[in-house]
Structures are given as structure tokens and as C-alpha cells.
Design a protein around this ligand. Structure first.
Ligand code: FUB
Length: 335
């Protein structure tokens, strides 16, 4: 009697498990029928950095407008890459006294219970001007972010690099690096533990130039399978030929030899595709590229929109050229 009861319980449990797996599979199949459609968020935005934080996908773009109107940053979050929620004004120059325009290209890392948001401000043209790369921090990825240092972290040109377009990344050994620069020069520096400054390199220098051929701005570093994929934007950001190229190295300091272009305009979809970031879904393991581009036949300088398409690596680990699309990516539920 007892063994028949146990058998009945086992059969019922297996049935319940099969039903729940089937319904999960159906939900996943239904989800993948939905697509994001590019652009993924409404409004003029550029330079998106994408992340996964606290069980959601996040996008941190530049608000694309006249420099004097670029006095705040918005963020967007999603559970599936299709439906995005706006988090308005996560940081504002009202909370960053030294910044008054051109808040650009946010890059964010999570460390020790804080989210650190690095941003460019003021578009300085010389060391005599006030501005550069700043840091704000918050307990939440959706802000609000408060100025962390009360002054820029980098306020001078180093090795010819304008202090803009920073990307901060954590290496596998726990070191944090900032890779940044405009005006065709790119530097890397090692951040100290609390992000208040830098750790000099063994040769005594703080800023190492790693500029590859063709580099203009928009640096992005990805560590994957033991290699450093260094990517950057080329061409002029106001024109149709803006594009993204890449190199692969064995160290964050290079040397980085340009391999080729991975993102560019498509005369049937959009122009000026550039200033991107790369991210991976923790569940599907798919790789994506978030980038900005310009609507066809629209020459407005600040008319840039944020899009997401799939990114593929070939069998040798090289990045395949991205196909930019209107339909965007399929829903990719994060849980
Ligand atoms: O969005 C402002 C500037 O335009 C960025 O800093 C550059 O990379 C370019 O995208």
C-alpha cells in the first residue's frame, strides 16, 4: 500500500515538472516571437552603454541635443530587451557644480554596493577650460547619482586625448581601468580602489596611450575568452560615415592592430552607425551590440537614435560585421 502511494506521488511530481517545463518552453517560444524594433527607445539619444544589473537590462545613453541642453542623463531598463522603462534624469548638472553642458557617453560599474557613473562634461577644448571626465555614484542603477569628487577625475589633455568618451571596465584580476579619449587619441589608466584617482604603472606613468590606427573616439573594451577586444568609433560623429572598428590583444595595453570594421551605415536602414557597447544576455548567452545611428535622409546633427542588434563571433573568435536592422532583436527575457 505504502509503495503504491509513493509511486503515485512520484508520477504526480514528474507530471507537474513536465507541465511546468512545457509551459516555460512555450513562454520562451512566445517571447522570441516578439521583437524589439529599432530604435529601441523613443527620442534622440546616442553613445549607449548597456549592462545587466539587478535582474534587468540597462541602457545608459547620451541625451542628444544642443550642448547647452545636455545637462542631464536618462537611463532605460528592460526585462526582455523589448519593453523599456525610462528612468528620467538619473544625474543632472544641478548636482554636479563643475559641469554645465555636454554631458556625454556615460559608463557605469558596480562596486562595493555602489554604482559609479563616469561621464564627460563641458567638451573642453584646452587645459584652461573647466570640465573633463567626472564620476557620480548611487546605491541604485536607476539613480539618483550624486557628484562623487566635486571636481573632474580627469581635467586635462593627456597624450593629446580630449578627456571624453570614457569606458570603465573590470579586468578578471579585479583591477578597474578607464579607457578614454577624443581627438584621435586613446589612453588607458588604472583606477585606484575607491575611484578617487589612479594607480601609476610600474614605469611611473599614469596615462598610457593605446591609440590604434583609425581611432577617433568612443572606446570600448570587452574581455572574452582570455582576450581583450578593443573597439572604437571612426569617422565624424555628425556624418553618415561614422563606424566602429576593432582589434584584439592579449593585454589591456595592446598592442592593438586594427582588424576591420564591424558596424557602419546601411543605405537601406540608417546612416552614421557608431559609438556602441557590447553586452551578453545572462540567460540566452546571446551577444548584442547597442549603438546609435541616424534615420535615413535626416541630417540634423543631434538626430541620433539608439538601436540594438545581434553581435556574432566566428569560430576563431573574430567579430563578424553586424547587420543593422529595423526589426531589432527577438525578446530575450532575462529570467
Ligand atoms: O554624443 C556626444 C559625442 O558624440 C560623443 O562623445 C562622441 O563619441 C560622439 O558620439
Amino acid at each position: 500500500m505504502r509503495s503504491r502511494l509513493l509511486l503515485a506521488i512520484a508520477v504526480a511530481a514528474a507530471f507537474a515538472n513536465a507541465c511546468s517545463t512545457a509551459s516555460r518552453n512555450t513562454a520562451t517560444a512566445n517571447a522570441s516571437l516578439r521583437r524589439a524594433a529599432n530604435p529601441v527607445i523613443p527620442g534622440w539619444y546616442a553613445d549607449p552603454e548597456a549592462h545587466v544589473f539587478e535582474g534587468r537590462y540597462w541602457l545608459y545613453p547620451t541625451y542628444s541635443a544642443r550642448y547647452e541642453e545636455q545637462v542631464h542623463l536618462d537611463a532605460f531598463s528592460s526585462a526582455d530587451l523589448v519593453t523599456w522603462t525610462k528612468h528620467a534624469r538619473i544625474v543632472d548638472t544641478a548636482a554636479v557644480k563643475w559641469a554645465n553642458k555636454a554631458m556625454w557617453a556615460p559608463s557605469i560599474v558596480q562596486k562595493d554596493g555602489w554604482y559609479y557613473l563616469f561621464f564627460g562634461a563641458n567638451d573642453i577644448q584646452s587645459d584652461q577650460e573647466k570640465g573633463g571626465i567626472g564620476v557620480a555614484r548611487s546605491r541604485s542603477p536607476g539613480g539618483p547619482f550624486a557628484d562623487y569628487l566635486g571636481k573632474p577625475l580627469i581635467d586635462r589633455f593627456q597624450n593629446g586625448a580630449q578627456p571624453i568618451d570614457q569606458m570603465v571596465f573590470r579586468d578578471d584580476d579585479g583591477s578597474y581601468y578607464i579607457v578614454y579619449g577624443g581627438w584621435r587619441h586613446c589612453n588607458i589608466a588604472k583606477l585606484n580602489a575607491d575611484f578617487t584617482g589612479f594607480v601609476p604603472f610600474p614605469d611611473g606613468s599614469t596615462f598610457k596611450e593605446i591609440t590604434p590606427k583609425g581611432f577617433v573616439e568612443g572606446a570600448f573594451m570587452l574581455r572574452k575568452d582570455g582576450k581583450y577586444y578593443f573597439m572604437w568609433s571612426e569617422g565624424g560623429w555628425t556624418g553618415p560615415n561614422y563606424a566602429v572598428a576593432y582589434a584584439v590583444g592579449d593585454s589591456p595595453f595592446g598592442p592593438f592592430e586594427r582588424v576591420g570594421t564591424i558596424l557602419k551605415q546601411d543605405s537601406t536602414v540608417a546612416t552614421g552607425a557608431g559609438h556602441h557597447s557590447v553586452f551578453q544576455s545572462p540567460r540566452s548567452k546571446k551577444w548584442y551590440i547597442a549603438y546609435h545611428r541616424r534615420p535615413l535622409n535626416d541630417t540634423g546633427r543631434d538626430h541620433r537614435v539608439v538601436s540594438i542588434d545581434e553581435l556574432h563571433f566566428d569560430a576563431k573568435g573574430m567579430i563578424k560585421p553586424v547587420k543593422i536592422t529595423f526589426e531589432g532583436v527577438a525578446a530575450d527575457p532575462i529570467k
